[in-house]
Design a protein around this ligand. Structure first.
Ligand SMILES: C[S@@+](CC[C@H](N)C(=O)[O-])C[C@H]1O[C@@H](n2cnc3c(N)ncnc32)[C@H](O)[C@@H]1O
Length: 252
């Protein structure tokens, strides 16, 4: 079996275990689905250790690193980024926090702010794999009260204090970011946009990252062809898969 990143979270299709994803489905009063928030800790479309080491190398001499996690869902991704900094980029502990975690859907944010994340057993393995078995330094087990999950975790203050949850739509919010050193996570939600927005968003991301920033996407974006659009708007993929740095703009 080819092990791509974490052996605990990468499965070839033939061997995929039958677990449900961390997905909450929000429906309106007519039963129409308004939002799906599938997410994971240490989602396996990124090599989180490599990312942490890369960030440390790139920003260790910078006064600050401004990390914004758009489409943060229940907070799993923002906590993942924070644990990645603690474990694989320790020199950024004083400059990379707080991480700003944003979602445009109010119910999702309420969930994230509750300080409780419902998970499956595989998340435990992923967290331990990437934090070198330090899950209980960062998390405590709490009562699971959502049907269908294996357990629930509450981030300890050492982690929770590092994240600020805010409402924000990436299509409208980017101008609120600082001018330099922006690391923008926008992963696994471009499928919700009209295709006409892809180029506008890529151009806007370039403007906000051209001064020593980075853009981090996910496998959903890869499948949608977003890497090509990012290339057209001046980005090139770094040595970390799914992480893009601004270079020179080509004509679109
Ligand atoms: C499938 S989840 C992905 C969560 C996480 N980024 C990950 O990769 O695991 C998508 C999240 O993006 C949010 N979202 C969708 N459109 C958005 C937008 N325009 N701006 C910010 N968040 C958005 C949704 O509410 C949902 O919580």
């Amino acid at each position: 079996m080819q092990v791509k990143f974490s052996p605990y979270t990468y499965y070839p299709n033939s061997a995929k275990p039958n677990f449900k994803s961390n997905e909450d489905v929000f429906v309106d009063k007519n039963g129409v689905i308004t939002n799906k928030t599938m997410t994971f800790f240490f989602r396996d479309d990124l090599d989180w250790q490599h990312l942490g080491e890369f960030l440390e190398h790139r920003y260790k001499n910078s006064d600050n690193v401004n990390i914004t996690d758009y489409g943060c869902s229940d907070g799993s991704e923002a906590y993942t980024i924070a644990m990645t900094i603690f474990t694989h980029a320790p020199h950024l502990k004083d400059t990379a926090f707080p991480i700003i975690a944003k979602d445009n859907f109010p119910d999702v944010l309420e969930d994230a702010r509750s300080g409780k994340v419902h998970i499956y057993n595989k998340d435990i393995y992923s967290i331990n794999y990437y934090t070198k078995n330090r899950i209980w330094d960062f998390m405590q087990a709490v009562r699971c009260n959502k049907f269908g999950y294996d357990m629930a975790l509450a981030p300890k203050p050492v982690l929770q204090d590092k994240i600020i949850f805010e409402q924000g739509d990436i299509l409208e919010d980017l101008d609120n970011l600082p001018e330099k050193n922006n690391v923008i996570f926008c992963r696994n939600f471009w499928k919700y946009f009209d295709k006409e927005n892809y180029h506008n968003l890529a151009a806007h991301l370039y403007e906000k990252t051209k001064d020593n920033g980075l853009v981090v996407i996910g496998n959903v974006e890869e499948r949608l062809g977003i890497p090509l659009i990012l290339n057209q708007h001046g980005f090139t993929e770094t040595s970390v898969e799914n992480v893009y740095a601004p270079v020179k703009k080509m004509a679109v």
